[in-house]
Design a binder for this molecule. Structure first.
Ligand code: NAG
Ligand code: NAG
Ligand code: NAG
Length: 284
């Protein structure tokens, strides 16, 4: 197992978001796309909200198109969040409480390179599990943990399992994790190691809310043998670990350009700046 981390997530407040500063005049095409997006996502609004959501949608749509015309390493697209402003997404899905940024101690010593320019575990075999949806619970840290462990197990055994995030939400509190209020993959790996295993999605299904621990040792299907923490911000160590071992769990600050992420290599200058700021605050 490799791990660095900490992250993005939850607490949700239902606050009606502010309208974009100036009223946007929608083109026929934008109107058409809004209506088909509404149908695709089965959205229904009151007459008043319709106008409000249409405005936000148009603003997002324009940002996506502008981004995709540029020379970037990743593409954007409409998704289920496209009628929400980033402020609203922040309030609904991102952590508002201060969190530890990363594993507090690291023990990964990298070589001096050269490092490969790219590695894609999805192309090597069935080693990367499908994307799951955390819902309205600040449990991103559990999905990061299961995703990395699912890959490590698949690479070691050839078996692609789906592991139980809900067990981590319900049971990993003694390791400084806080269920739907956040946690750290490094601490979740420590929990699985100490607990002697994690159950599967089938025997401990995801609920997306805090609950009491229902771990049954005889139903554990995956185990952690060793945990390695990569030093905060050491991207070359991450590259090396991914190339030599398996996909790693890592965390970054979610900024506005991430809400419409579609594919490619995500890279955000504002996100990097925000992350160093957040960590500087935590360490000072
Ligand atoms: C696009 O970006 C790549 C990599 O940063 C660069 O090599 C290429 O020259 C750029 N293309 C244009 C048209 O700016
Ligand atoms: C951050 O880590 C410290 C030291 O392990 C711990 O005392 C504190 O509770 C942690 N904070 C959170 C939000 O988990
Ligand atoms: C890795 O980080 C976790 C928590 O973030 C910590 O409990 C553990 O001791 C660290 N491991 C090493 C070997 O430093």
């Amino acid at each position: 197992m490799r791990a660095t981390l900490s992250l993005l997530c939850a607490t949700w407040l239902l606050v009606f978001p502010g309208l974009p500063a100036a009223e946007l005049q929608l083109s026929t095409l934008e109107n058409f796309h809004f209506k088909s997006w509404m149908m695709q996502h089965q959205k229904e609004y009151s007459t008043k909200e319709y106008h409000h959501r249409q405005q936000i949608f148009a603003s997002n749509w324009r940002k996506i198109n502008a981004h995709n015309k540029g020379n970037h390493t990743f593409k954007m697209a409409l998704n289920q969040f496209s009628d929400m402003s980033f402020d609203e997404i922040k309030r609904k899905y991102l952590w508002s409480e201060p969190q530890n940024c990363s594993a507090t101690k690291s023990n990964y010593f990298r070589g001096t390179g050269p490092y490969p320019t790219s590695v894609d575990w999805r192309k090597k075999g069935n080693f990367v599990s499908a994307v799951k949806n955390q819902g309205a619970c600040g449990s991103c840290w559990t999905f990061s943990t299961t995703g990395a462990l699912e890959s490590a197990v698949a690479i070691a055994s050839g078996k692609m399992l789906s592991l139980a995030e809900q067990q981590l939400v319900d049971c990993a509190q003694d390791f400084n994790n806080h269920g739907c209020q956040g946690g750290l993959p490094s601490q979740a790996f420590e929990y699985i190691l100490y607990n002697k295993g994690i159950m599967g999605e089938d025997t401990y299904p995801y609920e997306g809310k805090d609950g009491h621990c229902r771990f049954q040792p005889q139903k554990a299907i995956a185990f952690v043998k060793d945990i390695v923490n990569i030093t905060l911000n050491d991207e070359e160590a991450m590259v090396e670990a991914v190339a030599l071992y398996n996909p790693v769990s890592f965390a970054y600050e979610v900024t506005e350009d991430f809400m419409s992420y579609k594919r490619g290599i995500y890279s955000s200058i504002p996100a990097m700046a925000a992350l160093s700021r957040a960590c500087a605050q935590l360490s000072s």
